[in-house]
Design a protein around this ligand. Structure first.
Ligand code: UD1
Ligand code: CA
Length: 472
């Protein structure tokens, strides 16, 4: 059961807190995935504030795998669980309770929490952690043997209790029958007038000698998000963890590379500093993505090299292809095997055939370019007439000379040539040479004649000025 009904006022955002992104996924996605990975066979999400948006986002990713319970009014964590119980299946014997705004909890912690409770036959197990500054947390109150016997909320603590640095991160595994019974006895008789879920601990401790089992955990994974500073901190933790996972699997990931949640990387990939991988990007073994590249929903094949500062969005890069530095692949582009896209080249919805090259300063939009074709420096595909986009087709082995404009729709034939500086408005047949520019003419000796004429004109101007203003 994941609690996510709270408002998250301190985010100062119209977006519900649990839908804020950390490392490429909403906070709630991290919480749900952890529960799934821990082996939860049924997941109930308790929603309240902005529930329509939260439900839509969760359904979009998880379909029917997550069920929802509504807590209409936020009257405390015990009230939230009470609302959630309405959706818990009858055959469930244990409920593990987590928060939707605590995204770094590893699945392993949840699995251990449940295993511990069952092995110790406790009514409840909880994770505890030590923090330097316990302000705001519920404190773990212990008996003479050091066993947890209660959680005291910050606002209800005595000055002595406030000094306790062992705190409650809010994760519990609870026997279902005990939970149902205990919830009915929790009151809101406390400093905040809320129904505290934390009262369960005292109830379990009182019910039996081994009522409460404790699983200590390190605090970094348990950090909750209340404001955007917390959000940045958990994102750093998630990114660091993801980078380490890929390093351990056999990829070189430089410091400062940021890999989002749904990115897939085969072992044997090299990522330079400052690389950002987003969305459902996939990188095959042997791919190299150098400094500062930003990839979103990109698919990079083995042996491809992205030199520094390429931007690739919803596009594919083929086996052994080379991009950049400073290349831009806009959506629906595909660079064929062994093809080259050089600096300051922009592709939009363009297929570049195997071994084709566009090495410098070109705009290639809505293009279909055959194998081994060469697109010269400064070539522009004029694909837009202000109303519609049109396709330019360049045949296999064709050579488009520098600084040409190909006015779409137009087709350049196989093995054809386009002379530099041409404006091509008509199809070019296979093997033809198209020259679409003014013919060059050389006027012999013209330089000296021109200089003489210009010098004479300047002299005439100066003489005229001298006669109209004598003495000056
Ligand atoms: C709670 C714990 C506290 C613990 C802290 C850890 C209680 C009484 N206190 O305090 O011991 O140290 O978490 O962060 O449980 N929520 C609902 N409905 C509600 C209230 C809360 O769904 O009516 C959800 C929130 O969306 C959030 C979570 O429960 O995800 C925690 O709520 P929050 O108000 O932050 O609890 P704290 O007062 O911080
Ligand atoms: Ca909180």
């Amino acid at each position: 059961m994941i609690l996510a009904a709270g408002q998250g006022t301190r985010m100062k955002s119209p977006l519900p807190k649990v839908l804020h992104l950390a490392a490429g996924a909403p906070l709630i996605t991290w919480a749900i995935e952890a529960a799934r990975d821990a082996g939860a066979d049924d997941i109930v999400l308790v929603v309240g504030h902005a529930r329509e948006a939260v439900i839509d986002a969760v359904r979009a990713r998880f379909g029917d795998a997550v069920r929802f319970a509504v807590q209409a009014e936020q009257r405390g964590t015990a009230d939230a669980v009470r609302a959630g119980m309405a959706a818990v299946r009858d055959d469930v014997t244990e409920v593990v309770i987590t928060y939707g705004d605590v995204p770094c909890v590893p699945a392993d912690a949840l699995a251990q929490l449940s295993a511990l409770r069952q092995s110790q036959k406790a009514l409840l197990s909880l994770i505890t952690t030590e923090v330097d500054d316990p302000t705001g947390y519920g404190r773990i109150v212990r008996d003479g043997r050091g066993h947890p016997v209660a959680i005291r909320e910050h606002k209800d603590c005595t000055p002595e209790e406030r000094k306790i640095r062992s705190v409650n991160p809010g994760l519990y595994a609870v026997d279902r029958a005990f939970l149902a019974l205990a919830l009915s006895s929790i009151s809101s008789d406390n400093a905040q007038g809320e129904f505290y879920l934390t009262d369960l601990v005292a109830l379990a401790a009182r019910a039996s000698k081994e009522g409460v089992a404790e699983l200590p955990w390190e605090p970094l994974s348990l950090r909750g998000v209340n404001d955007r500073a917390d959000l940045a901190a958990v994102e750093a933790t998630l990114h660091a963890r993801t980078a380490d996972r890929h390093r351990r699997a056999g990829s070189t990931v430089a410091a400062g590379a940021l890999i989002d949640r749904d990115v897939t990387i085969e072992p044997g990939v090299t990522l330079g500093p400052g690389v950002i991988l987003r969305g459902r990007t996939t990188l095959a073994s042997g791919a190299t993505v150098d400094v500062g590249c930003v990839l979103e929903d990109a698919h990079v094949a083995g042996g491809a090299t992205l030199k520094p500062y390429c931007v690739v969005t919803r596009s594919e890069v083929g086996v052994g292809a080379t991009l950049g530095p400073f290349a831009h692949l806009r959506p629906e582009s595909a660079v064929g095997d062994g093809a080259h896209v050089g600096n300051f080249v922009e592709l939009k919805k363009t297929r570049l055939g195997p071994g084709a090259k566009a090495n410098h300063l070109a705009y290639i939009g809505d293009g279909v370019i055959g194998a081994r074709a060469n697109i010269g420096a400064g070539t522009i595909f004029c694909n837009y007439d202000g109303f519609q986009k049109h396709t330019t087709t360049v045949g296999e082995g064709a050579f488009v000379g520098s600084n040409s404009s190909l006015v779409a729709p137009v087709t350049i034939g196989r093995d054809a040539y386009v002379g530099s500086g041409s404006v091509v408005t008509k199809d070019v047949p296979d093997e033809a040479l198209a020259v679409g520019r003014a013919r060059q003419e050389n006027k012999l000796g013209y330089g000296a004649r021109l200089r003489a004429r210009l010098a004479a004109a300047k002299q005439a101007l100066l003489s005229a000025a001298a006669t109209t203003k004598p003495g000056h």
